[in-house]
Design a binder for this molecule. Structure first.
Ligand code: B12
Length: 792
C-alpha cells in the first residue's frame, strides 16, 4: 500500500498507545522505553501485532524518544535502537498490510532563546533519527506530540531534507487549542502546510471529546489530510498511578464523529489499547471520508499568530528598514538590537499586523545580522515578520531559523530572481511578494504589469508554489515624476485582484517622493489603493495620517465589524494625540521583556531612588502583571522568559548599588536554595543580596535543589539557618520534604521560607520556623535568630 494514494479513499487507522502499554508490561518510571527494543523485543512485537490484528493500517515504531539527546547516556547508539525498532515493527506487521511509521517525538529540551537547544542542533538530532528510520525500512515518518512549533519545524525540515518518506505531523495543544509556546492551531497549520507536510493534526493531551471540539478550528484552515490521535480521556492520578477513563466503546463513538467532522486518519495515543483501536476500526471503517476542501488561504504566521490576507487590509510596519534612517543605520552598525526591538514594539502597539525586517547595509555581514535580528525580534514581538532582503544567502539563513511561515520580500519577473527565490519558498514555506518588473524594467502600463504578474504566477506553479502564496506588488512610482503613475499602479492592483485572483501589496509612501508634506498624498493614495482592492500595504504605523486613513477606510468599507476597531481606537482620544514612543519605564521594560531598556531604566532610577524601593515598586509589580497575563493565557512562555531576563538584567544593576554598604566582617553562614522542581530564582537572589548586604556569609545552592543536597550542605558547614524558596503550588510539597529532612537530621538548624505561593498559615503547616513575605523579612529573622532572640 502506498499511503499517499490511499488517503481520502477510505479512513486510515493508526495504532494506539505504546508507552502506557509498556508500563502495564512492567516498564518502570524513569526507564527508557526505547531500550526495550533491545531488551524486550518480543513484548514490543506482541503489542504491535495486537494493533495490526485490531485493524491498524499504520503502526508506530517504539522510538518516541530515540534521539541523541535523550539516549546520550544509555550506552547504545541512536541508529542501533532505531534499526531494532523498525525491524520489530516490520516483523509485527508481516503478513498484514500495515505500514510502519518511524515515530519521532520531541527532544524534551526547550529551544533557544527559551531554553538552550539551538535550532541547528535540533535539526541535526532529528536528521539522524529520520535517516536511520528510512534506512531501516520505515514507510513513513510521524512527528508527534510537538508542543513547540519551532522544534516541530526543525523536525519537519530534517525529515524532508534527509529522507524521501511521506511526513505526517501531529501537535499537542491545550483545551483552548494552544501549544505550550503559545501558538494556535491556525499558526501551526500555516507553518506545517508551508513546509509541505503530507498530513497533519492533533495527538495526546486529552480525550476524543475534547479533540472533537477543536476539530472545526482545524478543518477551517487546513487543506491537507487531517490526523486525530487522542488519549483515552484526560489522564488523572489514582493512588500515584495515571489512569485513563474512556473505554473502547465511548472512544470509538467519539472517533466516529471525528471522521464525520472531516478527519481522514485516526488512532489513539496514551491510554488507548488494541481494544480501543479494534472498536474504532469496526465502527469507522465503512465511513466515506469527507472531501477535504482546498482553502486557498493566503496566510503567514509567527510562533503565536497567523495573519490571513483578504479579510481586512493588512498593514506591514516599515520602520525596521535602514533606507533613509540614519539612527537605525547606526543601531545596526553598533549591533544595538534593543533599538530594533523598541521599533518593533512601537509599531505593534500602533497597529501593525506584520513587521518588515530589513537590515541591509553594505558594510555588514547581512546573513548573520538578519538571522540575529529575526531571532531577537521574535523573542519579544509575536507578530509575523516580512523577511526583506536582496541577498539570497541572507534570505535563506533567515527563512530557515524563522519561527513560523514568513512573508518574503521579494521575487520579481526576472528569470534569475525566480530561479533563486522560488526554491527557497518551496523548501521553507512562505508567502512571497512579487514585484512587477523584469529584464525590461518596470512597464509603464497596467497591462504590462499584469503580464509580468501572470508570468510570475505561472512560473511559481512550475516550482510547485500555489498562487495563494504569492502577493503581487504593482509598484508605486512617485507622481512627481509622472502624472499617470498613481493611475497605472491602481489599475494594475484592480486588474490583478480581479482577473488573476491573487492578493496585492504596495509600498505606499513611494508615491509622494520628492513632494512636500508627503503624508497628505500617502494617506489619500493609500485609501484609493484600498478601494481598488489592495490587500496589504507597507506603511509607517507610527504615522497618524496613515493609521487614520486605514481605520476610517475599514469602517467605511464594512471591514470593521460595527466600527468596533474605529471606536476602540478613537473614542475618548483627542484627535491629534501622538502615538506612543520614547523611553520606557522599568515596569514597562520588564513587562515587554526588553533587557537593555530595563537595565537603562534601572540605572536612571538609581540616581534618585533606593534599590529596594525600585524592586518593590517597579520590578515586582511588573512581574506580577506578567504572571497574571500568563495565567490568563494573554502571554506565553517565551514572553514570560523574556520578562524574567529583563528583570534579571535590571537586577544586576540594582545589586551593584546594594552591595558594599554593610559591615565588612562576615557574619554567620546562611544557606539559600530554590526547592526541587522549581527554577524560579529571582526572588531568592534578591533575598541573597539583601542578606549579603547585612554581611551574612551566604551559601547559594541555586535552584531545583533536592532535599538531600540541602541537608548535606547544611551538615557539612554546620549551618544554623537555611532559607528555602518555592514559587509553585506543585513545588511546595518539596519544600515540606526538605524541611522534614532538615529537622530530622539537624534539629538546631532553623528553616525560613518564602515565595509567592506561600502564606504564613501554610508555612506553619509545613513546619517552617519562619515565613517572610519579602527579602527584608529574611534579614529581620536572621538578625533575631543570631542575636539569640528567636523563640519557638
Ligand atoms: C519570572 C517567572 C518565571 C521565569 C523564572 C525565571 C527565574 N530565573 O526565576 C520562567 C520563565 C523560567 C518561569 C517558568 C515557569 N513558570 Co513562572 N513565573 C514567573 C513570574 C512571572 C515571576 C516570578 C518572580 O520572579 N517574581 C518576583 C520575585 C521578586 O518575587 P518572589 O519570587 O515572590 O520573591 C519575593 C518574596 O516572595 C520573597 N521570597 C522569595 N523567596 C524567598 C525565600 C525566603 C527564604 C524568604 C524569606 C523570602 C523569599 O522575597 C522576594 C523579594 O521580595 C511568576 C508570576 C508571579 N508574579 O509570581 C510566574 C509563576 C510563578 N510561574 C508559573 C509557572 C506555571 C511556570 C512554568 C511551569 C511555566 C511552564 N508552563 O513551563 C515554568 C516552571 C518551571 C519550573 N519548573 O520552575 C506560575 C506558578 C503557578 C502556581 N501557582 O503553581 C506563576 C505564578 C505564573 C502564573 N500565574 O501562572 N517562570
Amino acid at each position: 500500500m502506498r499511503i499517499l494514494d490511499e488517503l481520502g479513499k477510505r479512513i486510515i487507522f493508526f495504532d494506539g498507545g505504546m508507552g502506557t502499554m509498556l508500563q502495564q508490561k512492567g516498564l518502570a518510571a524513569g526507564e527508557l522505553p526505547e531500550l526495550w527494543n533491545l531488551t524486550h523485543p518480543e513484548l514490543i512485537t506482541e503489542i504491535q501485532a495486537q494493533y495490526c490484528a485490531a485493524g491498524a493500517d499504520i503502526i508506530k515504531t517504539n522510538t518516541f524518544g530515540a534521539n541523541e539527546i535523550k539516549l546520550s547516556e544509555c550506552g547504545h547508539s541512536v541508529e542501533e535502537i532505531i534499526t531494532a525498532a523498525v525491524q520489530i515493527a516490520k516483523k509485527a506487521a508481516a503478513g498484514t498490510n500495515a505500514l510502519v511509521a518511524m515515530d519521532i517525538g520531541p527532544t524534551g529540551k526547550l529551544m533557544k532563546p527559551l531554553g538552550d537547544l539551538a535550532f541547528e542542533k535540533a535539526y541535526a538530532v532529528f536528521s539522524q533519527a529520520a535517516a536511520a528510520g528510512e534506512k531501516a525500512g520505515a514507510d513513513l515518518i510521524l512527528i508527534e506530540t510537538m508542543s513547540d512549533t519551532y522544534e516541530c519545524k526543525a523536525a519537519v525540515l530534517a525529515a524532508k531534507q534527509n529522507t524521501k518518506l511521506p511526513v505526517f505531523v501531529t501537535v499537542i495543544v491545550d483545551e483552548k487549542g494552544k501549544l505550550l509556546t503559545g501558538g494556535d492551531i491556525a499558526s501551526a497549520v500555516a507553518l506545517l502546510e508551508g513546509l509541505g507536510v503530507d498530513a497533519l493534526g492533533l495527538n495526546c493531551g486529552f480525550g476524543p471529546e475534547q479533540m472533537k471540539k477543536l476539530l472545526p478550528q482545524l478543518m477551517s484552515c487546513c487543506s491537507v489530510p487531517v490526523i486525530i490521535n487522542p488519549n483515552a480521556g484526560l489522564p488523572h492520578s489514582i493512588g500515584g498511578e495515571t489512569v485513563f477513563d474512556v473505554k473502547p466503546a465511548e472512544f470509538s463513538a467519539a472517533m466516529k464523529e471525528i471522521t464525520q467532522g472531516g478527519a481522514w486518519i485516526i488512532g489513539g495515543c496514551c491510554g488507548t489499547t488494541p481494544a480501543h483501536i479494534s472498536a474504532t476500526v469496526q465502527l469507522c471503517r465503512d465511513i466515506q471520508p469527507v472531501p477535504q476542501e482546498q482553502k486557498h488561504l493566503t496566510v503567514v504566521s509567527s510562533f503565536a499568530k497567523a495573519v490571513s490576507f483578504g479579510e481586512k487590509p493588512v498593514l506591514i510596519g516599515e520602520r525596521i528598514n535602514p533606507t533613509g534612517k540614519s539612527r537605525l543605520k547606526q543601531a545596526l552598525r553598533d549591533n544595538d538590537m534593543d533599538y530594533l526591538l523598541r521599533e518593533g514594539i512601537t509599531q505593534q502597539q500602533n497597529g501593525a499586523h506584520i513587521l518588515d525586517v530589513n537590515v541591509g547595509l553594505p558594510e555588514i555581514d547581512e546573513p548573520a545580522l538578519l538571522q540575529r535580528a529575526v531571532t531577537e525580534i521574535q523573542s519579544v514581538v509575536d507578530l509575523p515578520l516580512q523577511i526583506d532582503t536582496s541577498d539570497t544567502t541572507a534570505m535563506e539563513a533567515a527563512m530557515r531559523i524563522y519561527n513560523g511561515k514568513p512573508l518574503i520580500n521579494s521575487v520579481n519577473g526576472k528569470e534569475e530572481s525566480m530561479r533563486a527565490i522560488f526554491p527557497l519558498v518551496k523548501r521553507y514555506g512562505g508567502v512571497v511578494i512579487a514585484l512587477t518588473l523584469d529584464e525590461d524594467g518596470i512597464p509603464t502600463t497596467a497591462k504590462g504589469r499584469f503580464a509580468i504578474a501572470e508570468k510570475i504566477v505561472k512560473t511559481a506553479a512550475e516550482y510547485g508554489i500555489d498562487k495563494k502564496d504569492i502577493i503581487v506588488d504593482t509598484l508605486a512610482m512617485t507622481i512627481s515624476a509622472g502624472q499617470e503613475n498613481a493611475a497605472v499602479t491602481l489599475n494594475a492592483v484592480r486588474m490583478i485582484r480581479e482577473n488573476l485572483g491573487v492578493h496585492t501589496s504596495l509600498g505606499v509612501s513611494n508615491i509622494s517622493f520628492g513632494l512636500p508634506q508627503r503624508e497628505h498624498i500617502n494617506a489619500a493614495f493609500f485609501t484609493m489603493a484600498l478601494q481598488n482592492g489592495l490587500s496589504v500595504a507597507i506603511v509607517n504605523p507610527n504615522s497618524a495620517a496613515m493609521m487614520d486613513a486605514y481605520f476610517a477606510y475599514c469602517a467605511l468599507s464594512g471591514a470593521d465589524n460595527q466600527c468596533m476597531d474605529y471606536i476602540g481606537r478613537y473614542s475618548g482620544q483627542k484627535a491629534d494625540s501622538a502615538p506612543p514612543s520614547g523611553e520606557l519605564s522599568l515596569n514597562a521594560a520588564v513587562v515587554k521583556g526588553l533587557k537593555d531598556s530595563a537595565r537603562a531604566a534601572a540605572e536612571k532610577l538609581l540616581e534618585t531612588e533606593e534599590p529596594l524601593h525600585i524592586i518593590n515598586t517597579q520590578m515586582i509589580p511588573a512581574l506580577d502583571q506578567v504572571g497574571k497575563d500568563f495565567e490568563q493565557g494573554v502571554l506565553f512562555l517565551p514572553q514570560l522568559l523574556m520578562s524574567a531576563e529583563a528583570a534579571k538584567s535590571a537586577f544586576e544593576v540594582i545589586r551593584g548599588k546594594m552591595s558594599g554598604k554593610g559591615e565588612q566582617v562576615k557574619k554567620e553562614k546562611i544557606i539559600l536554595a530554590t526547592v526541587k522542581g522549581d527554577v524560579h530564582d529571582i526572588g531568592k537572589n534578591i533575598v541573597k543580596v539583601l542578606l549579603e548586604n547585612y554581611s551574612y556569609d551566604l551559601i547559594d545552592l541555586g535552584r531545583d535543589v533536592s532535599p538531600e543536597k540541602v541537608v548535606e550542605a547544611a551538615e557539612k558547614d554546620g549551618v544554623k539557618l537555611v532559607g528555602l524558596s518555592a514559587l509553585m503550588t506543585t513545588t511546595v510539597t518539596n519544600m515540606e520534604e526538605t524541611i522534614r529532612q532538615l529537622h530530622a537530621r539537624l534539629p538546631d538548624c532553623k528553616v525560613m521560607v518564602g515565595g509567592a505561593v506561600l502564606t504564613p498559615e501554610y508555612a506553619k503547616q509545613i513546619h517552617a520556623d519562619s515565613y517572610s513575605k519579602d527579602a527584608m523579612g529574611a534579614v529581620h529573622y536572621a538578625q533575631k535568630l543570631f542575636s539569640g532572640n528567636e523563640s519557638h
